[in-house]
Design a protein around this ligand. Structure first.
Ligand SMILES: [Fe+2]
Length: 426
């Protein structure tokens, strides 16, 4: 049996208790621009209120680390176990996801007090270096920090949706704007066919269980685009009746186009003849040189078909992307919005937008879901979803890697998700 589950003997840049402090305080910093009224809103089922993210990430440490391992640990509030469990069936009951926004209590103040309580208890536990279960405590703490970083990304994604829903179109904060006024020419990278290995068994670097085990894949020769598809290029598809011609659409996608009246990516707004786009900096004139974002996989696939190309397979993406440095427009750059490509050649593999692949989110050969509630983290979602790669402009740089598999339903578009093309090489 393959035993690699959340590979975390990982050497971290800083001692674990410092890393813990850093990641936990990042969540609080991200909420600093919010007003108290912003914390409790849920604008659709997929969106969680900021208050819920802050509490749930604390619940994770409390449930999986403090309760089992800290002697005489006192729960902050026993009812939080139900309120802030997301989906862990083996832990117990949980508040229905669509109703997270209906809870005016606990207050924001109480949620911050909950965080302080968890932080103090975690620091006590992390200081117990000769604890009999030290290895497991460290392993789970590292998982908890990566989990919190995932929620930091969701927090920004959800805040964007919350603000976009509001006709006042508030900005989350002032964001820098691009001074690039041209689109870099798209070129193609040719990759020979053959047997490759993808996934990871690394004992040194953190990985989620769904990235394991490392295994062989056969790929036919292919070409992959040097950069992401831009808003301007996507606009051409729209102007060519892309949303009105069923020829390029998958059946499920076409149904949504008709029932939801999709005519443009999510967050695009037309005023007179000009397109605008809702950003975390508020409503902005559409930047035609920036990568298109907030498209579903159906839209990405239809666009690719219209170009007589296709979306990459996840193995193709990984084989090419692992030769690229993990750099780009990630959260750390501070733009919080996809930005135009700056250079010719292979670029934008990391950051800007998550790249839809054509690959279903299924287990790698040899994958075994771990026993216990933590095994529910990734494995049980391996049905009906699609893999996205590369991180986005709201992903922390130290959270992403070539083997990282994100997954959403093909209809989803509130994430920063976009398009890179590929094609078969004859
Ligand atoms: Fe979670």
């Amino acid at each position: 049996m393959h035993s690699a589950f959340f590979n975390v003997t990982a050497v971290r840049a800083a001692p674990l208790h410092q890393e813990f402090t850093q990641v936990r305080s990042d969540s609080v910093t991200l909420c600093a621009p919010l007003e108290i009224e912003d914390y409790g809103i849920q604008t659709m089922v997929d969106v969680s209120p900021p208050k819920w993210h802050l509490a749930h990430t604390s619940w994770f440490f409390e449930t999986f680390i403090l309760k089992p391992y800290l002697e005489n640990y006192r729960e902050f509030d026993p009812l939080f176990a139900h309120l802030f469990n997301s989906y862990y069936e083996q832990i117990g009951s949980y508040h229905p996801r669509p109703e997270r926004g209906l809870l005016s209590r606990p207050t924001v103040k109480q949620v911050y007090a909950y965080r302080t309580h968890i932080d103090a208890a975690m620091q006590t536990l992390l200081a117990q270096t000769s604890h009999a279960q030290r290895k497991e405590i460290v392993r789970r703490t590292i998982i908890g920090l990566h989990h919190e970083q995932q929620h930091q990304e969701l927090l920004l994604t959800d805040i964007k949706h919350i603000f976009a829903y509001n006709p006042l179109r508030p900005g989350y904060r002032q964001l820098p704007v691009s001074n690039t006024n041209r689109t870099i020419a798209l070129s193609w990278h040719e990759q020979p066919g053959g047997v490759y290995e993808i996934g990871t068994d690394s004992a040194e670097n953190f990985a989620y269980d769904n990235e394991t085990p490392r295994h062989k894949v056969y790929l036919d020769p292919f070409r992959i685009a040097s950069r992401l598809i831009t808003n301007g290029e996507y606009l051409e598809f729209m102007q060519a009746d892309g949303y009105r011609n069923p020829a390029h659409w998958l059946s499920d996608g076409w149904k949504i186009v008709q029932t939801q009246h999709w005519q443009a990516p999510m967050y695009w707004v037309k005023q007179d003849t000009q397109w605008y786009e809702m950003t975390l900096g508020g409503l902005r004139k559409l930047d035609e040189n920036a990568p298109v974002a907030h498209v579903s996989q159906y839209e990405a696939q239809a666009y690719a078909s219209w170009c007589n190309r296709r979306l990459p397979m996840e193995a193709e993406w990984e084989v090419v992307a692992r030769e690229q440095a993990i750099a780009g427009n990630l959260r750390d750059s501070g733009y919080l919005q996809p930005m135009p490509a700056q250079e010719t050649g292979m670029t934008q593999f990391y950051g800007d937008v998550w790249e839809w692949t054509q690959s279903a989110y299924t287990p790698y050969p040899g994958y075994r879901q771990a026993q216990g509630a933590l095994g529910e983290y990734n494995g049980k979602f391996m049905s009906s979803q699609v893999v996205l790669r590369g991180g986005s402009c709201v992903t922390p740089r130290n959270h992403i890697r070539a083997s990282y598999r994100n997954f959403f339903y093909p209809k989803d578009r509130w994430q920063f998700s976009g398009i890179r093309l590929a094609e078969d090489l004859q």
